[in-house]
Design a binder for this molecule. Structure first.
Ligand code: GYE
Length: 370
């Protein structure tokens, strides 16, 4: 079955690599390891022969890495994928097997199992959902393949080497603590918020929702409703359309758990005649701070944007290289984030007693953003 397909892929890779080596030192142009979808499950054939991990030399000396990516739901995700493909390129000594799991939890587990069958040297997982991982991580462990978790966390198993990502709970608290300070500065005494959540059960959603809610509870704000927009623009628009009908005239804050949801929510509010941004009906808060999100901050649409940095791949490579040289990487490695607003929306606030600073959105800041 798969073995035949894999053998063919490996043979092709060997040919390509030999060709590249011969043509050195010029880097192979489209040598990006063809973001190979997981080897298509070929027709069932005779019993699989040995399925144990093939040695790294099969990839022509390249380090074989399998990356089970969440999907392609947002600008953030696109940046994360590009970063990983840039870092784990053949030029850098890697043979990357990339699988876009299209936000499908079962497909993501399948992708990990296909990496085990391929005998990769390392597996990188960005877990769609935070739970349900112990069985497949045990399989990775049994196969002797180290797993590195990127971005979202795995909360019900510790059978991975390291996690590299952002602190989503702090992001949620930061958004709410900023809102408290901003509302006070504007003389707004009542908060009636609607929350468009990310994919339910993802650690990014859990952290942002819980962090915001913790402050909301402490401050006695009203959270009128929370519904998921699945981190997509279409999802954000759909949820906001229904919110605009159900809560017309009753809300003054909308929190979108990523920029793409905010783009959709703005369309829905435009259609419903709700104004948003500084000085308007609704304070619009978003997360990610991708380029297009910051452009909307600059345009006075999004009131504040709380970054989540998608460029964690170089740090993941550091973890992998530590393992290669026999070292022990740290279990948790945080990627730092920044908070953004226009000058007049920048206020002093702290999170858990730590003073925060905000970055003023200018054209230069936007140009430098992912
Ligand atoms: O905020 C969102 C993406 O996991 C932090 O996933 C990531 C989130 C990000 O779809 O845009």
């Amino acid at each position: 079955m798969r073995k035949k397909v894999l053998a063919a892929i490996m043979a092709a890779a060997m040919v390509a690599l030999t060709a590249c080596a011969a043509a050195a030192p010029a880097p192979a142009p489209a040598a990006e390891p063809a973001a190979t979808e997981e080897a298509a499950p070929a027709e069932e054939e005779a019993a699989p022969a040995e399925e144990e991990a093939a040695p790294a030399e099969d990839a022509g000396g390249l380090i074989k890495v399998g990356f089970a990516q969440v999907g392609h739901e947002s600008d953030w995700r696109t940046a994360s994928t590009k970063s990983c493909q840039d870092v784990f390129s053949t030029e850098n000594g890697y043979d990357l097997s990339f699988v876009d799991c299209d936000n499908d939890e079962a497909a993501q587990k399948e992708a990990v199992r296909s990496f085990i069958e391929q005998g990769v040297d390392y597996i990188i997982i960005d877990p769609i959902i935070a739970t349900g991982w112990d069985t497949v991580l045990t399989e990775c462990e049994d196969a002797g393949i180290p797993v590195i978790v990127i971005d979202r966390t795995i909360d019900d198993s510790d059978k991975y080497v390291s996690w590299v990502g952002s602190d989503f709970l702090t992001e949620g608290k930061a958004a709410a603590e900023w809102l408290k300070a901003y509302a006070a500065a504007q003389g707004i005494t009542e908060i009636n918020a609607l929350i468009i959540q990310g994919t339910i059960g993802s650690s990014a959603q859990i952290g942002r929702t819980d962090g915001f809610q913790e402050v909301a509870d402490r401050e006695g704000w009203t959270v009128l409703d929370k519904q998921t927009g699945d981190f997509t623009e279409a999802g954000g628009q759909e949820v906001m359309e229904s919110f605009c009908k159900s809560y017309a005239g009753k809300f003054n804050v909308v929190v979108c758990e990523n920029d793409n949801e905010a783009f959709g929510a703005m369309t829905a509010m435009d259609n419903a005649g709700v104004t948003y941004g500084p000085g308007n009906d609704v304070i619009l808060i978003s997360y990610d701070a991708c380029t297009a999100g910051l452009e909307d901050v600059k345009a006075g649409k999004i009131t504040a944007d709380f970054e989540c940095n998608p460029l964690a791949a170089p740090t993941v490579e550091g973890v992998l290289q530590t393992l290669q040289s026999g070292g022990t990487p740290e279990k948790q490695i945080l990627v730092p984030d920044n908070w953004y607003a226009l000058k007049d929306q920048i206020v002093d606030f702290s999170v858990d007693g730590n003073a925060q600073s905000m970055i003023e959105v200018t054209d230069d800041v936007i140009a430098a953003q992912y």
